[in-house]
Write a new protein. Structure first.
Length: 449
């Protein structure tokens, strides 16, 4: 069922005409949200513009200082001002509150999203939820899922009941595997001599190290971990969706930890709290995966910066890690790219629709210049790969079913070995099973190099 937009008032002078209602979500994990899109060629200041439903007394005023670059998307959670019903409308007005810019009406709830296809100009239809990024006008872009690109055989990669439940994000750094556990713990693992991993017993790592926020308190719900080009010497970066001591409140953060000491507790050296910059999600539906991609790789691929509408230029952002962090959101299936500056400032440079119901892990594989996007048993263990396309944005290049030798497990972690481990055209990969099925949290497989 496709529902057309309501009739808008006469055209207004540019650039107001360039701002369109592009996506509306009325129910589900992220409800009462309206996305705007700038289909024009110049940045538009939308400070003070007003969003309403079909009731004239409703009002959500866009915050001062809010702009939309050419080609940019921005979602607004209007739940605190009004709700969007099963038969309702979303309307956008200039700051005077009377000049209608755009509107869209519907007669049934989004399933899960009402989305314009193509962005900004097409008609509305039901599609995957992609708030803050391009609409998914065809899940997977017409790509057919294929068999796993490696062995179908899967083996356990840990001893029985070492980690228990909640082991999530993984990142392999040569002969070390870093693991993030939801209970606010970071593990440093070393080879166990039989192709798997065991906790490092040196420097306080035997039982993993407890994580804290920058003030030394709280329990980050640590879901993902990654390193930059500096390796662990440059700090471990952990994605957290909330403070476990206040579990009902979202706190979508990236935390940096110095992992060189011997203490059993790590206090974050820096926190980038990105909650206010992203569509609202449930407190247990936030960041799940994180990975880092070097600036040189992105510029070489012609990556486009959504905040400027132009080719990504790292020099615009001052001192940062020399790359972009990509974080995956469980509740929306979206990926967002951020430059995290040393000053604590941040800029969103990408919003990527995956076509998946949720993103549980992200891994950049330098050898193949591809981004692995992983879903758990919610998606029957499907994996996707993405690369920067000719338009400068990440797009799906392949969809892989899980290996036939692995049950549909709650795999929230995934890591890919380096090129140095490629033997006979294959190299290892590892999964972390959040549910610790059959007493094992880590499993090992292969992919083609």
């Amino acid at each position: 069922m496709v529902v057309g937009a309501l009739t808008a008032s006469p055209a207004h002078a540019a650039p107001a005409d360039d701002i369109r209602i592009n996506e509306v979500v009325t129910t589900g994990n992220v409800n009462d949200s309206v996305e705007l899109y700038n289909k024009g060629t110049t940045t538009v200041d939308v400070s003070g513009w007003v969003l309403r439903d079909n009731n004239n007394s409703s009002k959500y005023k866009i915050a001062s200082g809010t702009t939309l670059a050419a080609g940019a998307f921005r979602a607004f959670d209007v739940h605190g001002s009004f709700g969007l019903g099963s038969s309702d409308a979303a309307r956008l007005y200039l700051p005077d509150g009377t000049t209608l810019v755009d509107s869209f009406g519907w007669s049934s709830h989004s399933d899960p999203s009402w989305s314009r296809c193509p962005d900004g100009t097409g008609s509305f239809g039901k599609a995957a939820l992609t708030l803050g990024g391009p609409n998914d006008c065809g899940s997977g872009g017409g790509i057919t899922p294929v068999a796993w690109p490696g062995s179908s055989s899967i083996t356990t990669a840990d001893a029985s009941n070492v980690f228990g439940t909640d082991l999530s994000g993984l990142y392999q750094e040569g002969g070390v595997m870093w693991g993030a556990q939801n209970s606010g713990k970071l593990w440093r693992l070393v080879p166990n001599g039989s192709g798997g991993w065991t906790p490092d017993t040196a420097n306080g790592w035997t039982s993993g190290k407890a994580l804290r926020f920058t003030n030394g308190s709280g329990t980050p719900d640590s879901e993902g971990v990654t390193l930059t080009g500096a390796g662990s010497a440059g700090g471990a970066f952990v994605a957290s969706e909330r403070n476990g001591d206040s579990s009902g409140t979202s706190r979508l953060s990236v935390l940096k930890y110095d992992v060189s000491g011997t203490g059993t507790t790590l206090t974050a050296a820096k926190e980038w709290n990105l909650t206010s910059d992203l569509p609202s999600v449930g407190s247990n539906l936030g960041f799940e995966g994180i990975t880092w991609i070097p600036d040189a790789t992105l510029t070489g691929a012609g990556f486009k910066d959504e905040s400027t509408g132009s080719a990504y230029n790292p020099s615009l952002y001052g001192a940062h890690t020399g790359g972009v962090f990509f974080v995956g959101v469980e509740g929306t299936g979206m990926i967002y790219g951020y430059v995290l500056q040393d000053s604590g400032a941040f800029t969103r440079v990408a919003s990527i629709s995956t076509g998946l119901a949720g993103v549980m892990e992200l891994q950049w594989e330098p050898q193949a210049s591809r981004l692995w996007v992983v879903c758990d048993d919610t998606c029957s263990g499907q994996h996707r790969t993405m690369q920067v396309n000719a338009s400068g944005v990440f797009a799906t290049t392949a969809i892989y079913n899980r290996p036939t030798g692995m049950a549909n497990l709650n795999n929230e972690g995934f890591s890919v070995a380096g090129a140095d481990e490629c033997v006979g055209g294959s190299k290892p990969v590892y999964w972390a099973d959040d549910s610790n099925d059959s007493g094992h949290a880590l499993r090992k497989g292969t992919i083609t190099c």
